[in-house]
Write a protein that binds this ligand. Sequence first.
Ligand SMILES: Cc1cc2nc3c(=O)[nH]c(=O)nc-3n(C[C@H](O)[C@H](O)[C@H](O)COP(=O)(O)OP(=O)(O)OC[C@H]3O[C@@H](n4cnc5c(N)ncnc54)[C@H](O)[C@@H]3O)c2cc1C
Length: 390
Amino acid sequence: MADKYDIVIVGAGPAGSLAARCAANKGAKVLLLERDPVIGTPVRCGEGITERGIMRFVDIQPRWVAAQIKGFYMYAPNGVGVKVMTRQEMGYVLERVLFDRYLAELAAEAGADILTRADVDGLVLEDGFVKGVRYNRFGREYSVKCAVTIGADGVESRVAHWAGLFNPLKIADLISAYQFYLAGVEYDYNYCHLYFGQDAAPGGYIWMFPKSGSVVSAGIGINASHSDAGMAYRKLREFVSRRFRKAAIVGEMAGAVPVALPMKKPYGNGILLAGDTARHCNPLTGGGIYTAMCAGSAAGEVAAEACQAGDVSEKRLKDYLRRIDDDIMKTNQRAYRIRMGIEKLDDATLNEVAVELNSMGMESLSLRRVFLQALVNQPSLAIDVIKAFV
Ligand SMILES: Cc1cc2nc3c(=O)[nH]c(=O)nc-3n(C[C@H](O)[C@H](O)[C@H](O)COP(=O)(O)OP(=O)(O)OC[C@H]3O[C@@H](n4cnc5c(N)ncnc54)[C@H](O)[C@@H]3O)c2cc1C
């Protein structure tokens, strides 16, 4: 490892690896630091992504695809299901262990240096600029200098704190999640299933996604403002034991999903923040793989261009906001407003919506149609829905 780089990136998730790849492709000297020994583990994700989302950044590789999805079913609290299946809803369930590693491989191929087991524990701050990072590896402290640091260290980001860019997350903007990997479940591997209801998953939903082999992931997200310690686990356990008596749990994990508005200022002198660190996860769906890739690639490009121009001031790095304006800032602001509208609906209304949608006599619907029907009594959100599901 050199002791000086143009760009140092903290965290080798989708945001960090895309940032490393894009910056290196632009000729920058890049170092990507990852705390965990193996990139991609542990997995804290349902691993679902749309086909359009993934193909914007990488070609599909069978080795990291667990299942290809034709669409999904959404269930109202009364159990009435609506089939959502258009081109836009087609997608994949990934094997993130292999997918994240693949993204890091692409970064390495582009010329980035990568170091695992490198736990970043501070920033080098000089003259009002971030000028590098300090990290611990096997108990020894190291320091590396750079012109731009990119914080891509996920939902529990410490880089954002150290850089003075953090603002607290409201409890109602956080989803508390739990997931089981189930074996021995009869399942149609072409579809995902989403279950809604204030009793089943207050302020969130339960998902079932097919995985490789005969494994299915069943997860739950509950709005943290409605949750208490262990609630996500208990509710998921109840759901699984009621529906899949024979299922064996072969793995489990807990995690948190930020469903907030994107950070207004994810940049500063010598620093950019991308992905969950900057609250780029879609606040309606909780999906953050695609947005992390969008933000990471924009951050990598902006950082490399700033290095070439010899100006890494916050005034110059602010260009990052313009680059993510459509993909993240506007899209997530719309998604947030839609989420606020959906949260106002009680179970009785959700039941009615499902019945009305089914009575339209269409074999399958688009997500846009579903949300327009659900929000029919909140017409101010119609434009948001139309733009969100173009
Ligand atoms: C239960 C659950 C289910 C989800 N399901 C989906 C889904 O189905 N589809 C979807 O699109 N999104 C889903 N998400 C969200 C998605 O997982 C995240 O939005 C996405 O991983 C964000 O990518 P990222 O690169 O910003 O951060 P991360 O993927 O979290 O990567 C951050 C990386 O930084 C590293 N790191 C942290 N601190 C340091 C440090 N100090 N030094 C060095 N490295 C550090 C971490 O080890 C990690 O590798 C889900 C999330 C959860 C919790």
